[in-house]
Design a protein. Sequence first.
Length: 106
Amino acid sequence: MLIAALGAAPLGLWNAGAELLNPVVLAAGIGVGISSSVIPYVSDQLALGRLSRATYALFVSLLPATATIIGIIVLAQIPSVKEHLGRGAGDRRCRGPRGAPGEPRS
């Protein structure tokens, strides 16, 4: 995130300029920063401490599918075929080289 911020900050400063000093814009930026990184990180740490490893792993593996469903319902964003294939490839990769549990290795 730091490297991305260093790359994006000069472009943002160039385009937005003095508007970034507006208190409403600063408050919105701080709110987005906290909502998008601090809250999920703290939630993950709390869940990891309270749930078994298997349960936590199951919930984390469901995140891409849950995000897709929320995107469809809340944002009316219907994924394209390429996006479904990408999510499916990620789902397959999360299962690892063995495939499903109990499945013999080939």
